[in-house]
Design a binder for this molecule. Structure first.
Ligand SMILES: NC(=O)c1ccc[n+]([C@@H]2O[C@H](COP(=O)([O-])OP(=O)(O)OC[C@H]3O[C@@H](n4cnc5c(N)ncnc54)[C@H](OP(=O)(O)O)[C@@H]3O)[C@@H](O)[C@H]2O)c1
Length: 272
């Protein structure tokens, strides 16, 4: 069983490794790396001595100033154009990674959307449901991680440990749904959960060290949560750095027997 995690808020840099489960230096792909939890993953992974390369996937690398600054200071970080709704760009990104001829040991999908400026908003009631918002949420939060897997799966090692993780959300749990609302986000994250479970079964047939899981980061101080976190107490609201560190510790503690699960930031298994 994965361990319970309680990482201190300030432990993002220089306080020891959170990755001990790999036997050799690893290459990681993080999507949604322009900001929020994805950017924090890049920063935290760059503090790991055992990380050889970080592919930092984002829709518009030229506009991702914080990521560009990290990449400027550390040549292990490679910004990569990735839109999880665009198969041509996914294929081209996968070709760029394949050209390095090194296995992709870990993929962490952080691309996600809950609201957009002057666009999609989470619905409080049925009357607010809109077909275009349902499709948008499904494209990014539901189909996105599966299409990412479709294009990058061939780069995962077949014999050694490999991780394919996607940030879902606890609100995508059907059995945990007590408040209702947020139709497009909940429905698309529930679809993501099913895709991850189904993918975990197929990947385990050809990659014996695979850990393919859905993750819940906990409520984290990012643009995504900004309009909706008023009622969350300070001690339950994580910085992106803390969320990334906690999830890396959880991932590091998962083995093949946890393949196909849905795990929270503290290692707790979430019911579907
Ligand atoms: N924050 C929380 O409290 C919380 C709680 C539960 C689950 N989550 C999940 O955690 C993940 C990360 O969320 P966050 O809080 O870090 O959100 P965020 O700060 O809003 O960042 C979202 C990221 O997703 C990227 N993205 C959006 N659409 C994309 C697409 N089509 N292709 C590729 N990238 C795309 C964004 O890129 P651009 O910069 O190009 O827009 C951005 O990098 C999401 O899946 C979210 O649902 C977050």
């Amino acid at each position: 069983m994965p361990m319970s995690v309680n990482a201190p808020e300030s432990s993002a840099q220089g306080l020891g490794s959170v990755l001990s489960s790999f036997e050799r230096p690893i290459t990681v792909l993080v999507t949604g790396a322009s900001r929020g939890v994805g950017l924090a993953f890049v920063r935290r992974l760059a503090a790991e001595p055992g990380v050889r390369r970080i592919w930092a996937g984002c829709r518009n690398p030229a506009a991702a100033a914080e990521l560009a600054a990290l990449a400027e200071a550390d040549d292990r970080i490679r910004p990569l154009g990735v839109d999880v709704t665009d198969e041509a760009r996914l294929a081209s990104a996968a070709r760029s990674v394949a050209m390095e001829a090194e296995p992709l040991d870990m993929v962490i999908n952080c691309a996600g959307v809950l609201h957009e400026p002057e666009g999609m908003q989470p619905e409080r009631r049925l009357a607010e449901v809109r077909a275009d918002w349902l499709m948008r949420s499904f494209a990014v939060n539901g189909a996105g991680p599966l299409l990412l897997a479709r294009h990058f799966e061939a780069l995962l090692p077949r014999r050694e440990r490999a991780v394919f993780a996607s940030l879902s959300a606890r609100v995508g749990s059907i059995s945990d749904n007590r408040l209702g609302g947020w139709y497009a986000y909940r429905g698309a994250k529930a679809a993501q959960n099913m895709f991850m479970k189904t993918l975990s079964i197929e990947l385990a047939r050809r990659a014996r060290g695979i850990v393919c899981v859905a993750l819940h980061p906990g409520t984290t101080r990012t643009d995504l949560s900004e309009p909706f976190r008023g009622s969350v107490p300070e001690d339950k609201l994580f910085s992106p750095e803390r969320a990334a560190e906690q999830l890396l510790r959880v991932l590091d503690g998962l083995g093949s027997s946890e393949n196909g699960g849905f795990y929270a930031w503290n290692g707790e298994k979430i019911p579907w």
